[in-house]
Write a protein that binds this ligand. Structure first.
Ligand code: AMP
Ligand code: FE
Ligand code: FE
Ligand code: ZN
Length: 284
């Protein structure tokens, strides 16, 4: 069984359509794939429609949250949400608020660039984004305009929080997000929570409190996790009774990682499915 529980389509900041993504997942020999676009479920229907025989689909999302860092200051945190009921009113409204934040924030970043004389058209950048606008859409526009050679250098030179054009957005407080996902029948898993190259880390004591509020698991095997941090996370999961996952965080051509490069243990996957009451896994 090969199970990849974290991927992005062009419903957010990946480059494959949801249909292309599930076809690639089957062609690459995956048995289970989760579609986890940022703050949107808008890719779900197309992925279900195109789901090839032999592949199971986990409908999910990666939610933009804010937690408390090791240094006591707020830190951005990504929370994977699986198999929740998309019709849950409170949760649906929060997703909509997050997407509106994304649009305003990306427009503000693009406008700062234009004011600075960079060849960026804010409307065109937003048009190029699907349901969920993100910095990778601005990164691609910068590449296409010849400002930077690739998406990676757009981030290091221009789009990083410490960079000249960064604008913050108001993400969901992490504890509230964990509770919302649980009350929508879903299972929450902290994504790449010890990815040091992305910045400061979430405080471990915060993770202990989240476990009490209904956090389901920790993403342990992730391309941005160094081996010692995987061990820390596996130890924490054992201590707190959380499940562990492994995933590629595939973004199509926006990142170099391949589908299925990291995978989830089948027993952990079974446990995750057993905890969810929102929507079922779709089996083809
Ligand atoms: P946003 O959600 O708009 O804040 O943008 C964050 C997204 O940008 C992440 O989900 C990644 O897909 C992408 N990203 C972050 N850092 C990098 C990087 N150094 N290189 C390429 N993509 C990145
Ligand atoms: Fe992303
Ligand atoms: Fe993420
Ligand atoms: Zn992701």
């Amino acid at each position: 069984m090969r199970i990849d529980l974290h991927t992005h389509s062009n419903a957010s900041d990946g480059t494959d359509t949801p249909a292309e993504l599930v076809r690639k997942a089957a062609a690459d020999g995956l048995d289970v794939v989760a579609l986890t676009d940022h703050d949107t479920t808008s890719g779900w229907a197309e992925a279900v429609e195109a789901l090839p025989d032999g592949l199971s689909l986990v409908r999910g999302m990666e939610m933009s949250c804010v937690g408390l860092g090791e240094d006591g200051w707020p830190v951005p945190v990504h929370l994977l949400a699986y198999l929740f009921d998309p019709a849950d009113r409170g949760f649906a409204e929060e997703r909509e608020r997050l997407r509106a934040e994304r649009v305003e924030r990306l427009r503000a970043m693009a406008e700062r660039m234009r004011e600075d004389g960079l060849p960026i058209d804010p409307d065109a950048v937003l048009d190029s984004a699907g349901a969920s606008a993100g910095r990778p859409h601005l990164a691609r526009a910068l590449v296409e305009a010849g400002v930077v050679p690739d998406v990676g250098s757009a981030f290091t030179r221009l789009l990083a929080p410490s960079g000249p054009y960064y604008v913050d957005k108001a993400d969901t407080p992490l504890r509230r997000a964990v509770e919302m996902i649980a009350s929508a029948g879903g299972v929450s898993v902290l994504a790449h929570t010890r990815a040091r190259k992305r910045g400061r880390l979430l405080a471990v004591d915060d993770i202990r409190e989240l476990a009490e509020l209904g956090l389901g698991g920790l993403e342990v095997d992730h391309p941005d996790h160094a081996e010692p941090d995987r061990e820390v996370l596996a130890g924490l999961a054992a201590e707190l009774g959380l499940l562990t996952t492994g995933s590629s965080d595939y973004h199509g051509a926006n990142k170099t990682i391949r589908l299925g490069e990291f995978t989830t243990d089948p027993a952990q996957f079974e446990e995750l499915v057993g905890k969810a009451t929102g929507v079922p896994v779709i089996v083809r």
